[in-house]
Design a protein around this ligand. Structure first.
Ligand code: GLC
Length: 361
């Protein structure tokens, strides 16, 4: 019987089927080869890194000096469905440092903690991946603090970061494993590369004492720059994803951005061949680093501000997205409803061309 069956399936139509099956297997292998190298991490972390796919940052809300301080932006109840229906991942930047006591204990204000927890729970309930971080803890990185910043004794600045993570981790340790902690947004300035490595490892140790398995994100110095991956040594831990940020071509993405050297630039469009070559170089550097280390990458921020013309923002967004996706790198666009935003909170609608550039394949 078995032999007969084999003979039947090897008739010409059977051979065609076999050829198709082989092609399918081959193409799957090719697809697998395009996945990131995950040799340094657990299978679960590898799967998660790839499942983060499309995402968006809830920027300038909980990371503002206080919620509402930037353009009156707050996390509104309708945002949960709006984001969950269109993205796999939400990154929630949080300025815990302004909502914690000024002593080394950095006791987090209970009302603020409840607010963050409610928002995290709403997204988790919608089965999203949720990344929370410590954002704009400016005293760690700046000598002169911007207005609106709670200032503390220099000696307790780093300890406070550790104690914040201790509290966050104790409080959230029973949450879904789709919740991811990112130790610190964009280390830079006075927090040099050596200091950042030691602070990062201390924070990871503290979180691990409560949560041995939670997936954590950390990233290189110089604002999580791809070009600083070369001097970045991830913690020795199998549940780590590396967060990178990329705003090349910077004079395009940050034209008119008051906090950068590009503040007086304007009318810069995207994307010329020089610009796309620059963008490609960054992603080649990132992919090579992943290949040689085995730590998966996530593009935590990329985006272009509203001073640029809409068509150029669309061109940029599509191109950057594709570069990340070609390397199987998940991304979270910077950001939802503020100066880089894909959504207009006043009109209560997506900025359609940008929204399509982000969500349509
Ligand atoms: C960083 C900053 C944020 C800024 C963005 C784009 O995430 O924290 O405030 O808007 O980069 O420059």
């Amino acid at each position: 019987m078995k032999k007969n069956h084999l003979l039947i399936s090897l008739r010409p139509t059977g051979l065609v089927q076999l050829a198709f099956a082989l092609l399918l297997i081959l193409s799957q292998n090719i697809a697998l080869a395009e996945k990131q190298n995950c040799s340094a991490v657990s299978d679960k972390t590898c799967t998660t890194a790839h499942a983060l796919k499309k995402g968006i940052n809830l920027g300038n809300m909980l990371d503002a000096p206080w919620e509402g301080a930037v353009r009156g932006l707050k996390v509104e109840p309708e945002y949960f469905d709006l984001i969950a229906e269109n993205f796999n991942t939400v990154r929630i930047p949080i300025k815990w440092s302004n909502h914690a006591s000024t002593s080394k204990l950095a006791i987090i204000d209970e009302t603020f903690f409840q607010r963050v927890e409610m928002i995290v729970d709403k997204f988790l309930a919608r089965d999203m991946y949720v990344i929370i971080n410590v954002h704009h803890y400016n005293q760690l990185v700046m000598k002169n603090l911007p207005p609106g910043e709670v200032s503390v004794d220099e000696e307790v600045v780093k300890l406070r970061l550790l104690n914040m993570w201790q509290q966050i981790s104790l409080r959230f340790k029973n949450k879904s494993d789709k919740l991811i902690y990112e130790v610190l947004n964009e280390p830079n300035g006075k927090l040099n590369n050596t200091e950042w490595h030691s602070l990062m490892n201390d924070a990871v140790t503290i979180i691990r004492s409560n949560e041995p398995e939670r997936i954590l994100m950390v990233g290189p110095s110089d604002y999580n720059s791809i070009f600083s991956l070369a001097k970045f040594t991830p913690p020795k831990d199998r549940n780590i994803i590396i967060s990178i940020h990329d705003y090349t071509p910077f004079t395009f993405t940050h034209q008119g951005a008051s906090w950068t050297f590009a503040k007086d630039m304007k009318n810069i469009s995207c994307c010329s061949e020089t610009q796309t070559e620059e963008m490609k170089r960054a992603f080649i550097t990132a992919a090579n680093w992943n290949k040689s280390t085995g730590y998966p990458l996530h593009l935590g921020e990329f985006g272009a501000n509203e001073k640029a013309d809409m068509q150029s923002r669309v061109n940029y967004t599509k191109f950057a997205r594709k570069l990340a996706e070609n390397d199987s790198i998940g991304w979270t666009y910077w950001e939802f409803g503020s100066d880089f935003g894909a959504y207009d909170p006043k009109k209560k609608e997506w900025k359609q061309p940008l929204f399509e550039a982000l969500t349509h394949d």
